[in-house]
Structure formats: C-alpha cells, structure tokens
Design a protein around this ligand. Sequence first.
Ligand SMILES: Cc1cc2nc3c(=O)[nH]c(=O)nc-3n(C[C@H](O)[C@H](O)[C@H](O)COP(=O)(O)OP(=O)(O)OC[C@H]3O[C@@H](n4cnc5c(N)ncnc54)[C@H](O)[C@@H]3O)c2cc1C
Ligand code: SF4
Length: 444
Amino acid sequence: MEAKHRLPVGRLEERFTEKKPLYTPAEALAEANRCLYCVDAPCIKACPTSIDIPTFIRKIAADSVKGAARTILTANLLGESCGQVCPVEVLCAGDCVYNEWGRDPIKIGRLQHYAVTETLKRDPALFTRKAPTGKKIALVGAGPASIAAAGYLALEGHEAVIFEKKAIPGGLNTLGIAPYKMKGHAALVEIEWVLSIGGIELRTGVEVVKGEAGAGQVSSADLLREYDAVFLGLGLGPDSNLGIPGEDGAGVVGAVHLIERIKSHPGLQLEGVSRAIVVGGGNTALDALHELSLLGVATSMVYRRTEAQMTGYVHELAAARLDGGTLVENRVPVSVVRDGDRVIALRVAESRDGKAIAGTESDLPADLIVVAIGQSRATQIALAFDGVVVDPKGRVVVDAATHRTGNAKVYSGGDCVNGGKEVVNAVAEAKIAVRAMHAQMMGA
Ligand SMILES: Cc1cc2nc3c(=O)[nH]c(=O)nc-3n(C[C@H](O)[C@H](O)[C@H](O)COP(=O)(O)OP(=O)(O)OC[C@H]3O[C@@H](n4cnc5c(N)ncnc54)[C@H](O)[C@@H]3O)c2cc1C
Ligand code: SF4
C-alpha cells in the first residue's frame, strides 16, 4: 500500500538500519514453534490491548499468517507499529514463561510484525465496516490515539474526521520513534491502511483552536456544534527547558525536536558536531543518546541521579552503550559554556539526591547539548471544550472506564491523558473511548 503523505528524501533517518528486520517465513515458523501456547498465558495479560498472543502465534505455526494478522489487528489496529515499537521486554515478552527458566522469551514483537506486514502487503482488505450509522465524530490530532480511534469508529459504521495541525500525520509514531526500530514511512503506510477501512477523512495542516478560526484552523465550538462526538488525541507539547544560563541559542536543542528533525527534515547535517551531551534519564534521553551515537557523534547522557534511579528502560541503556553511548551519573547542569555563539561545554555540578553540591563544578566538552527532561503539556486547547478539565500535571481528566471527559460529548486518550506512555497505551485508551462513544451515540 502506498502512503499519500510522504517524507522528503535526504533525511538522516535514512542512514539507520533496522535492529530487528522483518523475519523470513522460515524464521517466523521456527520462532512460532517454540511457543508453548500457555493456557493462562501471562503474555496476554501484559499486553495493554490484550492481543491473544498464543492464538496468533499458533496460527503462524499452522501457516495461517492472515488469520494471525486478523487476531492481532482485531485487538490492536496499530498492531504493525506495535510489533516494531512496543517495549516488549517490559510487556508481553517480559512476562513470557520462558524467562522463569532463564531462557530467551518468545520474540512476540517480531512475530507480530511479520504476520501483519506480510498480510497487509498481499491482502489488506481484512475487515468490513458495519452499515452506516449517520453519526459523525471529530478527532483532534492524528497521532496513534486518534488514528486507532478513527479506525474503530469507522468499523462500527460511523464517519470520522481527523484534524491534524502538522502536514504529516502520525504524531510521534511517525516523527518520534527511533529509526532503528521503525522509520516514519512505515507509520504513514499503516495510516493509509487504517484509512482504507473507509469512512475516515484526514485533514492535515488544520489546527483546532479556541475562539474564532483563521486560515488552516477550525474552532472547538464548530466541532462541538457540527459533530455527534469529539475525541481529543492531543499528545504532549514541546520539550521542556533546563532554565540555566547560556541555554538559549544555537547548539542547545530539545530532544523531541531534534529527533523530529532527524526523522523528517531533508538536509539536516550534524556538521561540526563531534561531541554531544544529552541531559535526562528517561526513554527519550536514551533514544537521543543512541541515535546520535549511531550517527557517529561521541555522546554522553548526563543524569542527576544514579543509573538505578533512571526512569529509562535498562534494555535501552544497554543497547545504547553497545553502540558507543555513555552515561554520566550524579551530575546536574549548571550552565552552558559558549565561545561567542558556539557551545563548547556543559558546566555540571556533582549531585546528591538530584541536588547540586556547591563547589563541585566541572566542564564536560560538547558541541551540541540535547535537553530531554520531559515535554510540556499541550492541553490548553482541551479547555476550549466546555466542561473538560485538566489535572495539576496538565493531563486531560477522563473517567477511566469510558475515557469520557467532563463534557459528555468529548472523549480523550493517549499521551494527553496518561502523561506520556507508549503507542500501545494510546491504542488501548482509544478502544475504551470508542466503545463508550458508540454506546452513547447509539443509545445502548
Ligand atoms: C522520542 C520518543 C520516542 C518514542 N519511542 C517510542 C517507542 O519506541 N515505542 C512506543 O510505544 N512509544 C514510543 N514513544 C511514545 C509514543 O510515541 C506516544 O506514546 C504516542 O505517539 C502517543 O500517541 P498520541 O496520539 O497520544 O500523541 P502524539 O503521537 O503526540 O500525537 C498527537 C497529535 O496531535 C496533534 N495535535 C495536537 N494539538 C492539536 C490541535 N490543537 N489541532 C490539531 N492537531 C493537534 C499533534 O500535532 C500530533 O500529531 C516515544 C515518544 C517519544 C517522544
Ligand atoms: S507466555 Fe511465552 S510461551 Fe506462553 S503463550 Fe505467551 S509467548 Fe507463548
């Protein structure tokens, strides 16, 4: 299937090779045959979308790859992405019974990727929409939450219209995922497949705003008036700042911003950058560390606490280290040192419990400083919908059982609700919201 939206050529992303390439049929069969098809399968319970993992693996072993894909996609419409980007080490594969015996867990993600990709390449018409209901839903944002929600709504016979402010759809699934896991193009092809279900319109370059809408905008009031329901899949906002002297200016960049440029901008060069420092301790920091290391930049990650206290996954740090990334623990950034406009070092202080110890400052040489200490919230627009509230951390407040907000017509899910988790969580939350929206709209 061809993607209508395309990323330009000449992106740094194109230089990366996949760490987990698509299985061949023989590899998939061999791996599927290792599965024990556990009756009380712990891997299913560990999947936020509850994919029936032993069933789909058994279908691969029985040479029903299409059947396997149907099992996966019924539970998770973005199963092709999730097979590549899910942190399986801490989800399904992390709970596979093989771990208890000190043996390699089943490569569930790779089997899932194989089943869905092979099927959608040859036989994409897997599902049939129900009869039209006449109901129309607006979805704000075209990230995984809204794309999954639109797909499930369309299958129920509803019409879905997605409004995305960027020119490229897919949110962080297109513009944030580490390129050695999945490239942006794959996310765009998957979106095309969801759109092929029918009944979904994707309007890119249209921002949903509060108050009067200008060119390239639509107002929240119009959505509430013209649609039977609204789904907010807003994601998160821009990278947070360190707030230290010398930070403003060239050579200091937010991690999500930098990764988006690596993945989508043609001609981005890292000329003159031989040493980089990433500030942070989460998974975005680890991705930046790993990606820059693979691009040949000597990169260290500076974290204010110890390795054991990092929120980033242990397996991601181990993988980044294998490709040359290093970690500097117990250091707090104090200022950015510049020679004229040019960044030459990050000044850090030693830290105890995350707090700087006075008189311990030293300089870590660097040409580029990448700030990965979290993203701000983008939920101001949520407040434009009467009755919707956000919590003190800026997350959209929903009822956990329905994902309905304080406005009976407005639902929400994904990063803007959970504060930033994974693609699979966005899909799981979209499913809950769609079930409740459908019941409400159909008066069930
Ligand atoms: C660097 C990085 C790497 C990641 N790696 C992984 C990974 O390996 N595996 C994994 O599972 N997860 C990963 N994640 C997390 C994952 O990408 C997110 O959990 C997921 O994309 C959330 O989906 P979402 O739809 O809620 O939000 P997003 O993907 O952020 O999409 C929200 C969309 O809404 C649009 N939007 C916002 N406001 C408006 C408005 N007013 N009008 C119109 N459009 C609007 C935005 O432009 C955006 O396209 C990563 C995240 C980051 C930052
Ligand atoms: S726990 Fe492991 S062996 Fe058991 S069904 Fe799941 S993947 Fe197969």
